[in-house]
Design a protein around this ligand. Structure first.
Ligand code: F6P
Length: 475
């Protein structure tokens, strides 16, 4: 890891994302992006700009910079008038389902796109004020046009973007209102980073289908200049994860962890940790337990941790109800006075508390219908006991399945409860030797490409972007 940090160019960065990490090991973690960027910003000395928990009046003010590690964080009060259209509307009711290839779940109003653009513009203006940095690194689907706003303000420094979610096929993107304008604005970035080759290929297919644009060696040329497209599969910090396992928990967290573990009293259990989101396949996973327990009663239970997410979006409320009804059915049909098939909680846990729970679980069940990467898959592996590791059951539609092959994880179709049930049964009964072999191979991959390698690679690539394109090479 130190090598990777050393190799990272001395680029001073402005990192921009909607959500910012809590920067407190005892506070619940807030999703994949925040968990991934926290160590990067703390070490690299970047300025990280994102949204605060409060809404503002839209008047521009000096950046509220707060030091953290070697870096700084600025939490902006995003304008109240546009926030719902931006976050609940266009980002999470329109883009989120489309990016996960679930266009039937799309909703939102016509005005949402205007709010989305105005908030992107507001954040770009705030970021533009940071003059002493070499490059901008923008993250995720909330901020697709932010690079274009920066360039329109006159920024000439390298500007890159990384998408934490998947990017779908051209027919799905076509369902997104204003998709052409949005994609055009993305071509103002110098570097577009994606999680997997599947995402890069889809984006290139969209450019071909919707604009007739071709790429050469991963580079697309327009009148503005060149945009490089590349995959950077995000990783974790395995050393940090080992430290979590060794560290003391706060008394409150310790109490939460112990009371959960007590429910299993040493019996076999699988663990699922997902924001309560319809892309995560929790309902199908519960059905899988129903199938499994019909065949093998009381063989294994499930600990499902599902912190509430985006609860003001209708689809999320409906999903919560569906999941909870399904869990109640399984518990009624297969439970006894002494044994409950599924323990379910909406509580959030710190990374350190999760590490302990992962370690005790015999099976990690990560079965999203579609996912950018899914860091829970990597964290589950990193938390295992090398002498007696658990087994990962992984959706073949999670980005992590491009990293872990079928000799490592048990890959499943997340829409097929019977297939998931068979995989969980196989995982729970797998001989030690096979478990160790699979685990070692995944762990080697996790250690050989950490979150620090990911950011160093990205920044190195972004650093190459001070290129002026000769006019005769423009399409
Ligand atoms: O890429 C998905 C993501 O932005 C990740 O940061 C995280 O998994 C989740 O969505 C966070 O969602 P929200 O900020 O809406 O809680």
């Amino acid at each position: 890891r130190l090598d990777a940090v050393k190799q990272q160019p001395e680029l001073k960065l402005v990192v921009i994302s909607n959500r910012i990490a809590p920067f407190d090991p005892n506070k619940p973690q807030t999703g994949g992006l925040a968990a991934a960027l926290e160590p990067v910003v703390e070490r690299s000395g970047a300025v990280w700009i994102g949204s605060s928990e409060t809404r503002g009046d839209g008047i521009e003010r000096p950046l509220p910079l707060v030091p953290t590690g070697a870096g700084h964080v600025a939490r902006l009060d995003l304008p109240a008038a546009d926030h719902a259209g931006y976050y609940r509307g266009y980002s999470n009711s329109t883009l989120w389902p489309a990016l996960h290839s679930l266009p039937d779940q799309m909703s939102g109003s016509e005005e949402d796109y205007g709010s989305y653009r105005r908030i992107n513009d507001f954040i770009a203006r705030a970021a533009f004020d940071v003059r002493d940095r070499d490059a901008f690194w923008v993250h995720d689907y909330h901020l697709l046009p932010l690079g274009a706003e920066l360039k329109d303000l006159g920024v000439e420094r390298p500007t890159g973007f990384f998408l934490h979610t998947p990017w779908p096929t051209p027919d799905v993107i076509e369902c997104v209102p204003n998709h052409r304008e949005l994609m055009k604005s993305m071509l103002k970035y110098d570097l577009l980073g994606f999680q997997t080759s599947w995402d890069v290929d889809n984006f290139l297919a969209c450019l071909r289908t919707h604009f007739g644009l071709e790429s050469k060696d991963g580079v697309v040329t327009t009148e503005r200049g060149q945009t490089r497209l590349q995959k950077f599969p995000i990783g974790i910090d395995p050393e940090q994860f080992a430290a979590y396992l060794a560290a003391d928990l706060s008394p409150a967290e310790q109490e939460k962890v112990s009371s959960l573990l007590q429910k299993f009293q040493g019996a076999k259990f699988a663990i699922g940790v997902d924001r309560l989101d319809y892309t995560k396949g929790i309902d199908k996973r519960v059905e899988a337990f129903n199938e499994l327990l019909k065949k093998e009663p009381q063989s294994i239970s499930l600990l499902q941790i599902a912190p509430l997410s985006r609860a003001d979006v209708d689809e999320y409320q409906n999903y919560k109800e569906d999941v909870e009804n399904a869990i109640n059915h399984v518990n009624d049909d297969h439970g006894t006075d002494k044994w409950r098939p599924i323990h379910y909680t909406n509580d959030s846990f710190s990374q350190a508390a999760l590490a302990r729970l992962y370690r005790e679980a015999h099976v990690g069940v990560v079965t999203p219908l579609r996912d950018g990467m899914n860091l829970v898959a990597k964290e589950y592996v990193a938390a295992q006991d090398p002498e007696d590791p658990g087994v990962l059951v992984l959706s073949k539609f999670a980005g992590a399945a491009e990293d872990f092959n079928e000799d490592e994880a048990l890959l499943v179709d997340p829409n097929d409860p019977k297939e998931i049930a068979d995989a969980i049964s196989r995982a729970a009964n797998m001989p030690l030797e096979e478990r160790v072999k699979r685990w070692r191979s995944m762990m080697d991959k996790i250690e050989s490409y950490t979150i620090h390698d990911w950011s160093a690679d990205y920044v190195r690539e972004l650093d190459k972007n001070h290129v002026t394109v000769p006019a005769d090479q423009c399409l």
